[in-house]
Ligand binder design. Structure first.
Ligand SMILES: [Fe+2]
Length: 463
């Protein structure tokens, strides 16, 4: 491949050709050049010949695995940014990689293309900035601290599948309250660390218990209740996390003293912990859990109000509810209720999707045939379609939709054994994404939300 010396080079390493092809397609543009290697040894050979700005490696490869490769890269080429791709189950690999400073970011397969592109742009941008400008030491340190905290928060979410996105939502809710209360910048910074890491003690709780599909027995509940103290013990040893560690320890205390671990009450509980308690409970109620669908906002607000003065600081509940009500009023002005057309999707998979997508926002319309689907095209925002229908091929139908209704987002739901035909299907039908079973609620929701976000952006840019 001819390379332009001015452009940064990204090296992709995977032993599966199909993955390399798919990733190369995602990254094909004019901002950078892409090289591929099918093994760690080949990657190191390439790196010996030319500078590489960014390397993205698969973890599972024969002979040299991804971490071994990135470790070698770290020693030989410390300026190369390292990203690892792992399967969902390889939590220990991710934690090890972050702890050893071996990787900048990790992605799970299947990856989210827009997130991947955004990260690469951000990394390369940062890299070129750091060459051109020496920012102050404290700036760098603050950024490094926040990056470490965010990486750790992502690692925790990876362990507890059903909490993806939870930490950053708790951070947003908490910050909104702190800002409405005009609290200091230092307080807000510690609150950000604490809200992102409030459940970091779950790293010491068995994954089986965290992912139990139903209510817990007493022993399991006691095990989960250890997480505030475990989180405190992890964070209090780190200088810049010491103020946050108090909030982490107290985030399950209750206003009436019936919480844990120290049975503090009312103003004995730090303000940060009282704020995080409200934000955490509200987000837990409004996102899906393995054993129940998300409650809608009205119900969750009522729950907060019913527990003001018992579980929660009453003044904070009033403040939070008024902030939310303001927001609901704003969003109702351009309320978007989104309709998803499920074509040929089995009842079992429909149930999985229902569990993943909040009912207040997404309406699911299921049909069995392409004929029925065609009759509903005027009223839907997204199509999720299987490969084979009673009256034709899903891919051909999606290709037609692309011509006739380009604004409808097209997603194909496929089985693992259909992977081989995937590239062709993606190209012909102009899909936004594909989903492969088993469907994980948090991933489904993130994918659907990203798709609509992408469409909003595309519309704004008149693409
Ligand atoms: Fe917690």
């Amino acid at each position: 491949m001819e390379l332009d010396n001015q452009r940064p080079v990204i090296l992709l390493v995977d032993d599966e050709e199909m993955v390399l092809n798919a990733l190369s397609r995602v990254l094909a543009n004019s901002e950078w050049d892409v090289l591929v290697a099918d093994s760690g040894a080949q990657a190191l050979e390439i790196m010996a010949r030319r500078p590489i700005a960014l390397i993205i490696s698969d973890q599972r490869m024969p002979e040299m695995n991804g971490l071994e490769l990135l470790n070698a890269v770290k020693k030989e080429y410390p300026d190369t940014v390292r990203i690892i791709m792992t399967g969902y189950a390889e939590m220990d690999v991710v934690v090890k990689a972050i702890n050893q400073g071996e990787v900048y970011r990790f992605f799970t397969k299947p990856w989210n293309s827009s997130e991947l592109l955004e990260t690469i742009r951000e990394v390369l941008q940062k890299q070129s900035e750091s060459y051109g400008r020496i920012s102050s030491y404290s700036d760098q340190l603050a950024r490094a601290n926040l990056e470490t905290v965010m990486a750790l928060a992502e690692a925790i979410e990876l362990k507890d599948h059903y909490t993806k996105g939870h930490c950053s939502r708790v951070r947003d809710y908490s910050l909104r309250m702190a800002m409405a209360l005009n609290l200091s910048e230092d307080f807000c910074r510690d609150l950000v660390y604490a809200s992102l890491l409030h459940d970091c003690g779950k790293i010491g709780v068995s994954e089986t218990i965290l992912n139990i599909n139903g209510p817990l027995n007493d022993e399991q509940y006691r095990e989960v209740q250890r997480h505030p103290v475990l989180g405190f013990e992890i964070t209090c040893k780190i200088d810049y996390l010491r103020p946050a560690s108090i909030i982490i320890r107290q985030h399950h205390e209750r206003w009436d003293g019936a919480g844990y671990p120290d049975h503090l009450q009312a103003l004995e509980i730090s303000l940060g912990a009282r704020i995080v308690a409200v934000a955490d409970s509200f987000d837990a109620m409004t996102s899906s859990r393995p054993y129940r669908r998300a409650f809608d906002f009205k119900y969750a607000i009522q729950e907060l109000l019913d527990n003001r003065g018992s579980q929660f600081d009453p003044e904070l509940v009033d403040l939070f509810v008024s902030l939310l009500e303001q927001e609901v009023k704003e969003s109702e002005k351009f309320k978007d209720h989104l309709r998803l057309l499920l074509v040929g999707v089995t009842p079992e998979k429909i149930a999985e999707l229902e569990n993943s997508l909040p009912a207040a926002r997404y309406e699911l319309i299921a049909v069995d045939s392409l004929a029925q689907a065609r009759a509903r095209l005027d009223e839907v925002d997204m199509i999720i379609c299987v490969l084979q229908l009673v009256d034709g091929e899903g891919a051909a139908f999606l290709a037609d939709c692309r011509q006739l209704h380009p604004q409808i987002i097209r997603i194909m739901l496929i089985e693992r054994q259909d992977m081989e035909n995937l590239a062709e299907t993606v190209n012909n039908a102009g899909l936004y994404a594909f989903m492969i079973r088993p469907l994980r609620p948090a991933e489904v929701q993130a994918l659907v939300e990203n798709a609509f976000e992408w469409r909003r952006m595309a519309q704004a840019l008149h693409l």
